[in-house]
Design a protein around this ligand. Structure first.
Ligand SMILES: Nc1ncnc2c1ncn2[C@@H]1O[C@H](COP(=O)(O)OP(=O)(O)O)[C@@H](O)[C@H]1O
Ligand SMILES: [Mg+2]
Length: 253
């Protein structure tokens, strides 16, 4: 049954011990995501969004509940099996880019492919960097790149092993409007082109509405937002207008 889902989550909880006692971060989360879908999770800071992403990506262990990733249940996997599953199926894009400082753009993108033993890692990395419009920045170190460029390198790196699921935790949170749109455009283009399932945490409602589905996290509880298609279209259109205005303003400078 769960074979049909890229992600299936049943009654997931997460408690941690703190100095003030036990803290419940997730209170019974249910979620099903089909392969290739794009899903947004919005919600206030501290509501449990990053914790959920970490659990879904098998980086962390739930207190109770079950997660299936691409049909495989995560419970019962030891650390080694989880690492193997992550390497094969999962990728991450973070708000803070998380590139390796001492490696060039090309080397950063090649790294996961080399670790996976892929023979044409360099050719693939060159192709990915071309797709994100950075063929002219191959040998730059992260500190020699703008924030938007660094995030585009991170996106090229995230897609190089063609993951089943890409988790993006506030990927545009550190970028200005123009770069945020560019980075989002690339995430959605690669999501469509490669059929990657995309789970995106964001504070940006307009970005959330570009996903096929929207969820809201409130104090550890997840609910799906069902807004009418017409309302969505209106917001997406408004966002497009805003981009046009911005483009005009930038052209005028
Ligand atoms: N390992 C931990 N120990 C204690 N508290 C934690 C731990 N991880 C997360 N929290 C707390 O749980 C809450 C949810 O965190 P997080 O998932 O990062 O929220 P979000 O990503 O929605 O901002 C926050 O209040 C955070 O401080
Ligand atoms: Mg977070």
């Amino acid at each position: 049954m769960s074979k049909h889902h890229a992600i299936k989550v049943v009654q997931l909880t997460k408690q941690v011990q703190t100095q003030e006692g036990e803290l419940t971060i997730l209170k019974g989360v249910d979620m099903e995501v089909k392969p290739g879908q794009s899903v947004a999770i919005i919600g206030p800071s501290g509501s449990g969004k990053s914790t959920l992403l970490g659990l879904l990506a098998a980086l962390d262990t739930p207190s109770s509940g079950e997660i299936w990733l691409d049909g495989s249940p995560l419970s019962g996997l030891d650390e080694e099996a989880k690492a193997a599953l992550r390497k094969k199926k999962v990728s991450f894009v973070f708000q803070s880019f998380m590139l390796v400082d001492t490696l060039t753009a090309l080397e950063n993108v090649m790294l996961p492919a080399e670790l996976a033993g892929i023979k044409d890692a360099k050719a693939r990395a060159l192709n990915m960097l071309e797709r994100v419009g950075l063929s002219h920045r191959l040998h730059h170190l992260p500190k020699q790149l703008s924030g938007g460029e660094q995030q585009r390198v991170a996106i090229a790196r995230a897609f190089i092993c063609e993951p089943s699921v890409l988790f993006a935790d506030e990927p545009t949170g550190n970028l200005d409007g123009g770069n945020a749109h560019r980075v989002a455009d690339m995430l959605f283009a690669l999501n469509k082109e490669l059929g990657t399932t995309l789970v995106l945490v964001t504070h940006d409602n307009q970005l959330a509405l570009r996903c096929e589905r929207q969820f809201t996290m409130t104090e550890g509880e997840l609910s799906e937002t069902t807004s009418s298609a017409a309302a969505k279209d209106a917001v997406v259109e408004a966002a497009a207008d805003e981009r046009e205005v911005q483009a005009l303003q930038e052209a005028a400078c």
